[in-house]
Design a protein around this ligand. Structure first.
Ligand code: FAD
Ligand code: SF4
Length: 509
């Protein structure tokens, strides 16, 4: 065997760089389902099913395309526990001359596979991932040119470089950002009865077999599989993209920050898993959105708001990840030390907003950005949960969770554990923010505007406690000083009550 092309669970793209020069006469593909990828964090059943089912569908596509494939199933009798052990065993029997790999999404996996290659005395050709607009080296060069990092500047560079929503040298419409037109909440009547529902892909025979395997093998893992209907093939992913562009993109911008109980999808794309598994390319998603704007079917504000998530945030977080790992994973700038409350794994809490977001997460392996940032993430930040535990939770529960994207979002954007690399300030708010964005507080036993007392909203208590705990650190912060200054109106007795109530909340876990 000349080359063994290693394909990981998030590299399901026949056009990937690892396949360049592939010759079926002397090369082969290697894929392996291994238990450790589902157990190194307590991966949820939807997430495990997503990866394994998509891998098995991709294996079928490889076979159809006539590529020789060595595929290890989780239930093979001689299956090894982790990727390194499996590869070591298979190298011994297949005896390739070279290993080829597209850059993986996880630093840990890259280290492990490089170690196996060097142990076996085999060259490992690491190829850059063409799926992304930029490489880690592009990001490093950008960072070297600037004093501080901000997504907005990287994004503008990429708009120009890839000619996205540009009018010559100027941004289309004369502005880079239309956030002022976005970010509305639904009125009291809610999102309406004709909320478009994204396509569901009922499990086929391959997926049903995977669901049964996951239910049996990972029975104790969180999450449920009754609603599993994610796109798992390239064809299905393209159908999802098409439905989003036609039915939900027009209102994506206005309602991107809204929350409505029992409505997980709203106007979001529901495309992150398909993108992260490489069933779709960001270029085709961005082009499709741009075409709608240019044709006048989608407002510039909505189209730009969406494109910024992909061309901006998605590329930016990947740059942060690859230029900062492995130290990044250890960051804990706010010295947060508490354990993650156990109900994060069940949704069993009286707080209506958290119950809704977590139940939905466990049912679907999905929550939209504002639920992740301003409900589950915000609570962990205010509570002071150790960032590594927050990271383990996010990496476990979402079908789109791959470390390169999950870690900077969790540690950086949501927990401010990197001290301001990702986000210019900690995203903190009291329960009043959730009250503005959703009707959830109306059905909750707590009151978002009360910070102490029996009915005080835990977010609100912990928000004031956060300001008290970090008063000195943020007193001069340009974007937080105003919030800190409000502490000036809180007397000593009230400060004491806030601290005591926060302590009591934490002691309940
Ligand atoms: P939409 O809201 O419709 O956005 C469109 C696309 O833009 C997404 O599909 C995604 O590819 C991209 N995108 C949007 N926001 C971001 C972002 N902040 N970073 C990178 N890409 C973005 N996204 C993941 O893909 N995997 C994760 O594991 C993940 N973990 C997160 C953890 C936390 C704490 C937070 C705050 C955010 C996380 N995100 C993650 C980002 C974002 O929440 C999800 O990409 C989004 O909710 C996916 O749903 P959607 O496809 O409907 O996205
Ligand atoms: Fe959440 Fe507080 Fe509102 Fe209850 S009152 S739903 S805990 S923000």
């Amino acid at each position: 065997l000349r080359r063994l092309v290693l394909v990981l669970g998030d590299q399901l793209d026949l056009g990937a760089a690892a396949f360049d020069g592939f010759d079926p006469a002397c090369d082969a593909v290697w894929m392996a389902e291994v238990a450790e990828e589902s157990t190194h964090v307590w991966s949820s059943q939807p997430r495990i099913a997503m990866f394994i089912a998509a891998m098995r569908h991709f294996a079928a596509a490889l076979r159809d395309a006539g590529l020789p494939l060595h595929y290890r199933r989780l239930d093979d009798t001689d299956a090894q526990e982790d990727l390194a052990a499996q590869l070591r065993a298979d190298i011994a029997t297949l005896r390739p001359q070279t290993l080829v790999l597209t850059r993986p999404g996880d630093w840990r996996v890259l280290q492990a596979l490089q170690a196996v290659a060097s142990e076996a005395g085999l060259p490992l050709a690491l190829r850059e991932d063409r799926h992304f607009y930029t490489t880690p080296a592009d990001f490093a060069a950008h960072a070297a040119r600037r004093k501080g990092l901000r997504m907005e500047f990287f994004y503008r560079e990429l708009r120009r470089r890839f000619d996205v929503l540009m009018d010559g040298d100027e941004p289309l419409g004369g502005q880079w950002n239309f956030d002022a037109d976005n970010r509305q909440a639904f009125g009291p009547a809610g999102p309406g009865f004709d909320l478009p529902q994204p396509p569901r892909f009922e499990p086929d025979a391959i997926t049903r077999e995977v669901i049964a395997l996951v239910r049996e093998r990972f029975a104790g893992h969180p999450g449920r599989l009754d609603h599993f209907a994610w796109p798992l093939t390239r064809t299905q992913a393209l159908q999802s993209l098409d439905a989003f562009i036609r039915e939900r993109l027009p209102l994506f911008g206005p309602y991107q920050d809204a929350i409505w109980p029992g409505e997980p999808w709203l106007y979001h794309a529901q495309l992150s898993a398909a993108l992260n598994l490489k069933l779709l390319t960001p270029r085709e998603v961005v082009s499709a959105a741009q075409a709608e704007v240019r044709a006048g079917r989608v407002s510039l504000a909505s189209g730009e708001g969406f494109i910024r998530q992909i061309l901006g945030w998605r590329e930016y977080v990947r740059g942060i990840y690859w230029t900062r790992m492995p130290a990044y994973a250890e960051a804990n700038a706010l010295d947060a030390r508490h354990d993650l409350p156990a109900w994060y794994w069940t949704g069993d809490t009286d707080m209506a907003c958290l119950r809704d977001a977590i139940t939905q997460t466990l049912d679907h392996g999905y929550a939209h950005h504002i639920q992740r940032l301003m409900v589950t993430g915000l609570f962990a930040l205010l509570y002071g949960v150790e960032p590594a535990q927050v990271h383990a939770w996010y990496l476990s529960v979402y079908v789109d969770a791959v470390e390169w994207v999950e870690l900077p979002n969790t540690l950086g954007m949501s927990q401010y554990a990197d001290g301001g690399v990702m986000a210019s300030k900690p995203y903190i708010a009291s329960g009043k923010y959730i009250d503005r964005q959703s009707p959830l507080c109306g059905g909750c036993r707590y009151r978002p505007d009360e910070r102490t007392g029996e009915r005080a909203c835990p977010f609100t208590t912990l928000y004031w406690d956060f300001l008290l705990r970090h008063e000195a650190r943020f007193a001069e912060h340009p974007r937080l000083a105003l919030q800190v200054r409000a502490l000036g109106r809180v007397g000593d007795a009230e400060r004491h009550c806030i601290r005591e109530q926060a302590r009591a909340l934490r002691s309940q876990g």
